[in-house]
Design a binder for this molecule. Structure first.
Ligand SMILES: Nc1ncnc2c1ncn2[C@@H]1O[C@H](COP(=O)(O)OP(=O)(O)OP(=O)(O)O)[C@@H](O)[C@H]1O
Ligand SMILES: N[C@@H](CCO)C(=O)O
Length: 292
């Protein structure tokens, strides 16, 4: 039996649609695998009623099929599904790392990212790896068709999750299919600024890189109260705010020790538009961890 904890993640970060991702210290999924003749899945924890136990429809089951590693898989969900915090990716990442260990497959962490991305494809229709990469590798990650690059980074974060459901599949429909040259130039500038900030552990630069972006910004209207929540977070000291992944979570980058006031400002702003929410005061953290 092997048990793995894989963290929640936040993808896109404004300027890095389908490219950037970061691991959060919390929340996380815990997945336990045991060898079996055929794959079965049991789900407990937050939002379990929305998660299929049919292995063909669960990201962890798809990973078991990809690795040809049948197992009884117990998933304890800490990351709410359809949260924008990489819920489906946390299970896929934890299952990939756990099954690689259980069956001694010998895959490298980067190879496991590609396997876990197939689990994501089963639920969102496309094998984007921007959540599974940080869920496995930790820190800040940059995913392209050819490569996965990981950078250790330490930045304070608030991830505010409202009681709204946005599915990744639906949120991908609102992203524009093309952008103009001016927008492209701005996006490259923001992405480069954010990346420099990650290397320097500099919340000011990372926050600047989250600036409003026409691709990921197209999702803001799907989140009731988004503009007010962003303004409140910035007034409370956040250096930048963006939709987390496909939403509805809202990510705020904070200065050292600034998470408390930013979290409470974001919760108040959601409350003012009658939306219940919870805020994780966290920071960029480690990837999947095996418990022996
Ligand atoms: N193990 C799993 N954990 C969570 N959701 C799963 C799992 N397997 C399948 N799903 C399905 O995936 C969907 C949730 O994935 P989705 O990508 O929409 O949310 P998310 O992972 O929280 O968001 P994002 O990718 O934007 O961060 C739900 O429909 C859920 O039923
Ligand atoms: N890059 C993905 C992340 C969500 O899974 C998207 O924004 O659709």
């Amino acid at each position: 039996m092997v048990t793995v904890r894989a963290p929640a993640t936040s993808a896109n970060l404004g300027s890095g649609f389908d490219v950037f991702g970061l691991a959060l210290e919390r929340p996380a999924d815990v997945v336990r695998v045991e060898r079996a003749d055929e794959t079965t899945i049991e789900v407990t924890g937050v939002g379990r009623q929305y998660i299929p136990e049919n292995p063909a429809k669960n990201t962890a089951g798809v990973v078991a099929e990809e690795l040809d590693a049948p197992a009884h898989i117990e998933i304890d969900k800490g990351v709410r599904p359809s949260s924008g915090l990489g819920s489906s990716a946390a299970s896929a990442a934890a299952a990939a790392v756990a099954l690689n260990e259980l069956y001694d497959c010998g895959l490298t962490p980067t190879e496991l990212v590609r396997v876990a991305a197939e689990g994501e494809a089963a639920v969102s229709g496309e094998a984007h790896a921007d959540n599974v990469a940080p869920a496995i590798l930790g820190g800040f990650t940059i995913v392209t068709d050819e490569d996965v690059t990981q950078v250790d980074a330490s930045i304070p974060i608030v991830a505010c999750l409202p009681e709204i459901v946005v599915s990744t599949r639906d949120a991908r429909q609102v992203v524009p299919q093309s952008v103009g040259i001016g927008e492209l130039v701005g996006t490259v500038g923001d992405a480069a600024t954010l990346t420099a900030g990650m290397f320097r552990d500099d919340p000011e630069l990372v926050g600047k890189g989250l600036r409003n972006n026409s691709l990921t910004g197209a999702r803001e209207p799907l989140i009731k109260g988004f503009d007010a929540v962003r303004e409140s977070a910035l007034s409370a000291g956040a250096t930048g705010v963006a939709v987390s992944g496909a939403g509805p979570s809202v990510l705020a980058v904070c200065r050292e020790g600034g998470q408390g006031s930013v979290a409470s400002a974001m919760l108040d702003a959601f409350f003012d538009v009658d939306v219940e929410a919870r805020a994780y005061q966290t920071s960029i953290g480690d990837g999947a961890t095996i418990f022996r």
